[in-house]
Design a binder for this molecule. Structure first.
Ligand SMILES: Nc1ncnc2c1ncn2[C@@H]1O[C@H](COP(=O)(O)OP(=O)(O)OP(=O)(O)O)[C@@H](O)[C@H]1O
Length: 231
């Protein structure tokens, strides 16, 4: 079967107090299109590092990362940025909204960057995405004028703007109250029904249980790789 993500013997070392520490130890992983993967495991065990590698935000010390048929280390930084915009929707805490732009402009940004659609359609699509995450009324506000949870939802809308085949999220419900977390949960279920691939780190057990596959990372290794629901 074709794969959307392939990691081959991926290692990541970081210098810590002048000594090289291995944070990921030879990860082999294949994810096929349409999978909904929850990455779980204790804090500090390499989950975010793994997401950074499979989005090309960081590179492995050794090994290969291939996403949607592209070996990420083969791309220049400039090409990688463009490639990422078209292929991956990212929902990370530090991938923040631009403070000087309204939520609507932030959601339009990936489409502006890639030159997708004409301006009127970009705006209509961005508005539609904001509606989907319950933010139609806040579309013209700046990020500083809405709550952390609303910013998080706007970031999810932005991640979907270029209609990427892959969505990668780090704690997507981390900042959200229960009702909003449920709305995000429904949105992800809808994306799964559309055949999108989702890879997310989550401590939310409901979200992890709704995944089709659960990867447990311990000490930089895949400790368990299981279908999240029986059958
Ligand atoms: N840029 C970096 N430089 C040095 N060490 C780093 C860097 N990024 C991560 N680490 C170290 O790598 C290890 C794994 O970190 P990582 O953030 O991947 O863990 P995590 O499982 O995502 O944790 P959490 O659930 O708390 O987010 C930690 O010991 C961390 O201190």
């Amino acid at each position: 079967m074709n794969k959307i993500i392939e990691l081959k013997q991926v290692y990541k070392d970081y210098p810590q107090a002048g000594v090289l520490q291995t944070v990921l130890h030879g990860i082999d992983l294949e994810i096929v299109p349409g999978e909904f993967v929850a990455i779980v495991g204790p804090s500090g065990n390499g989950k975010s590092t793994l997401l950074n590698l499979l989005t090309g935000i960081d590179h492995p010390s050794r090994g290969e990362v291939i996403v949607n048929g592209t070996a990420l280390q083969s791309l220049s930084n400039e090409k990688l940025t463009r490639w990422r915009g078209a292929n991956i929707g990212i929902v990370f805490q530090f991938f923040q909204l631009l403070p000087a732009l309204s939520l609507l402009q932030n959601v339009m940004l990936p489409m502006d960057f890639l030159g997708i659609l004409d301006k009127a359609r970009r705006k209509a699509r961005a508005m539609q995405l904001l509606e989907r995450v319950g933010l139609a009324d806040a579309a013209h506000r700046l990020p500083s004028q809405v709550s952390g949870g609303q910013q998080q939802r706007a970031a999810i809308a932005r991640a979907l703007a270029s209609d990427p085949p892959l969505i990668v999220a780090d704690e997507p419900t981390g900042n959200l109250d229960a009702a909003t977390a449920d709305a995000v949960f429904d949105l992800f279920a809808h994306l799964r029904d559309q055949g999108k691939t989702l890879v997310m780190v989550t401590h939310n057990e409901d979200l992890a249980d709704a995944a089709s596959r659960k990867l447990e990372i311990r000490s930089g290794r895949i400790h368990a790789d299981t279908p999240a629901r029986a059958g």
